[in-house]
Design a protein around this ligand. Structure first.
Ligand code: AMP
Length: 196
């Protein structure tokens, strides 16, 4: 099953994707994690992406589409995958549909985690405080200032995907402000229905 987890930055996509990976045995395809790995490895791609990511802007479509295209051919994606933070633009969604179609596959379900902006900003402030208390540096793009830009980018470029996937009849919405176990349960119910 191919699942897209969709929602604003800090909605809990990463947490729920990791839990889905454990419960369903599907790989988590996080373009954010792949880009951070490229930065850590010091590749050209990483160097180009770091400035863009630190600002909270989107890395160009052709770069993330290329990363996903390559990743989809790994054997662990044969039974499907959990897409976390991809697609983020209509062009990426169209490319993903084409990439899957050419492999005889499709997106089965898109789960939107709905979280109000003030809750996202509060979560971000808490994370910064927690990391500072633990003596760790917060992610450069996870400060409340950058989050405001990431939210603007989300509404301008990514939110239009709600209509895109709704039109395809694939969109399901979950209250991302509920507790982590409640969100996990709501997602499990949706996936069990989709699989039936
Ligand atoms: P994330 O970890 O998903 O929150 O992504 C962190 C940052 O990586 C984003 O703010 C973007 O700068 C970049 N990024 C991750 N995924 C994508 C994507 N699908 N398209 C463009 N940029 C992305």
């Amino acid at each position: 099953m191919n699942i897209v987890l969709f929602g604003p930055p800090g909605a809990g996509k990463g947490t729920q994707s990791r839990l889905l990976t454990e419960s369903r045995g599907l790989p988590q395809l996080s373009t954010g994690d792949m880009l951070r790995a490229a930065i850590a490895a010091g590749t050209d791609l990483g160097k180009q992406s770091k400035v863009i990511m630190d600002r909270g802007d989107l890395v160009p479509d052709h770069i993330v589409i290329g990363i996903i295209a390559e990743r989809l051919d790994h054997p662990d994606c044969a039974m499907g995958a959990v897409f976390d933070g991809f697609p983020r633009t209509i062009a990426q969604a169209e490319a993903l549909d084409r990439l899957l179609e050419s492999r005889g596959k499709k997106i089965d379900v898109v789960i939107e985690l709905k979280v109000d902006d003030d809750v996202l900003l509060r979560r971000s402030e808490n994370r910064v405080q927690e990391m500072q208390a633990a003596g760790e540096a917060p992610r450069a793009d996870d400060t409340p200032e950058t989050l405001r830009n990431r939210l603007e980018v989300y509404y301008a470029n990514t939110a239009p995907l709600i209509a895109y996937y709704n039109y395809q009849g694939k969109l399901r919405t979950v209250d991302g402000m509920a507790s982590i176990p409640e969100v996990t349960r709501a997602i499990a119910t949706i996936l069990d229905h989709a699989a039936a």
